[in-house]
Design a protein around this ligand. Structure first.
Ligand code: ASP
Ligand code: MG
Length: 426
């Protein structure tokens, strides 16, 4: 088996869905799991609908936008309204409307997952029917029937790997006996808990679905089809003269995604590394090009330096009010509050009286953090900062990058240099 993942940008309109078929035709005869995200920005649209629902507001406008976006694609792909895809599509829309009209529970994550998962349910329905239409035999699979989570916390789920694996293998076996090769189309991002309720894997979680499936079926590879030529050494929107990282190790890919390279979801790497399954990141516009291969060898990692810039950073400096030193006990208490509030720490530094932490700015989280710690600690913060990370740096490179910049905090290890910078004044 191979696993392919198509993100929102690669299924954002009728033309891109036709392109998906062109890609599949390059792999005729192969058995493939196709993992599809919600089309274009439809997850954001569903998050608006979720807000309408939770606030008990009229949802009609946002619902109509969601519907119209897909109808436009459907009418382009299937000119005949009699095509069965329309009845499947309208059934899903009716179910969504029914949900939006029902009473609201007080479990945010349950409501989130139930509503937001419609993006993937609809996109896979359209893609699967279009493959039928193009003569590509395929099975539409409800991801909730195979990908299982162990906790009842609906969004931050832990995958039940063994049960999911059993489900995937059983399902494959039912079809493999009937056919030489199989194509399965399923939703990224969507899973279910043991009582069968819908859960989701967190924003951008479809890459992770791809990796879970690859792990479950011991796939020969996972290919993530993207709107970039592969994994680049910097974001072309922020840096000039970017280069393709043709071959890197799992470790390097995980480090880069941790530092903020957004090409792949950080959770994607572990399951693949554990089974030695290679991950390719390829351009869906130029499917014949190699793109990036991510695998276990690390001898190529240092060939090209990588630059990652994360904006909207906050640096908070925390010091005990009674002039006591910052020791392990405070640090563990402070970390506990961060974990509780779900704030990921991007960088930290400590001194005798100060513990400084850098994280992504989020107004609600920042407020909650200040109120949780301010009794015991004096808190000072700076926001609107940029966190710049350079992997495999050389000193002169850093001098150029930092010219005219105000560095607030810096950290260097042998392979990585990190700088927290004040934003440029325009
Ligand atoms: N549709 C979800 C999102 O936009 C999952 C994904 O695209 O990976 O976050
Ligand atoms: Mg997406």
């Amino acid at each position: 088996m191979k696993v392919f993942k198509f993100g929102g940008a690669s299924v954002k309109n009728a033309e891109s869905i036709r392109n998906l078929v062109t890609i599949l035709n390059l792999y005729a005869g192969d058995s493939i799991w196709i993992v599809v995200s919600a089309m274009g920005k439809m997850t954001n649209q569903l998050e608006l609908l979720l807000e309408d629902y939770l606030q008990k507001r009229d949802f009609q406008d946002n619902y109509q936008n969601f519907k119209d976006y897909h109808i436009e694609i459907l009418e382009d792909l299937f000119p005949f309204r009699s095509a069965s895809v329309y009845s499947d599509f309208f059934t899903l829309l009716d179910l969504l409307k029914e949900k939006l009209s029902s009473s609201v529970s007080n479990d945010y994550y349950k409501e989130y997952s139930e509503i937001v998962s419609y993006g993937e349910l609809v996109s896979t329905t359209i893609v699967s029917h279009y493959l039928d239409h193009e003569g590509i035999v395929n099975e539409w699979i409800d991801a909730r029937k195979i990908i299982k989570s162990t906790s009842s916390n609906y969004c931050k789920v832990n995958v039940d790997w063994e049960t999911s694996k059993k489900n995937v293998i059983n399902l494959q076996n039912t079809f493999v006996s009937e056919r030489d090769s199989c194509i399965f189309v399923t939703q990224g991002f969507v899973a279910s808990n043991h009582t069968g309720e819908t859960t989701t894997l967190g924003r951008e979680g479809s890459d992770f679905t791809g990796a879970i499936l690859a792990w479950c079926c011991d796939a020969e590879s996972l290919i993530i089809w993207k709107d970039v030529p592969g994994m680049m050494n910097a974001d072309p929107k922020k840096f000039q003269n970017t280069k393709l990282l043709a071959k890197i190790s799992y470790k390097e890919a995980l480090e880069l995604s941790f530092y903020g390279a957004s090409v792949i979801h950080p959770k994607t790497i572990k399951p693949l590394q554990n089974k030695g399954i290679p991950l390719y990141v390829r351009s869906f516009m130029a499917p014949e090009t190699e793109g990036t291969i991510i695998q276990k060898e690390d001898k190529y990692d240092e060939n090209i330096p990588s630059y990652i810039s994360k904006s909207n950073q906050v640096l908070i400096s925390i010091s005990p009010r009674d002039f006591s030193m910052v020791v392990e006990k405070n640090i563990s208490e402070i970390y506990g509050v961060f974990a509780e509030l779900g704030i990921s720490i991007n960088l930290m530094q400590n001194s005798a009286l100060n513990f400084s932490l850098c994280f992504d700015e989020n107004e609600n989280q920042l407020k909650a953090l200040l109120s949780a710690l301010s009794d015991k600690y004096k808190l000072l913060y700076n926001n609107n900062l940029e966190l710049l990370t350079v992997r495999h740096y050389q000193d002169e490179m850093l001098q150029n990058l930092l010219r005219d910049r105000t560095v607030i905090l810096e950290q260097k290890s042998r392979a990585t240099a990190r700088f927290l910078l004040r934003n440029r004044v325009n």
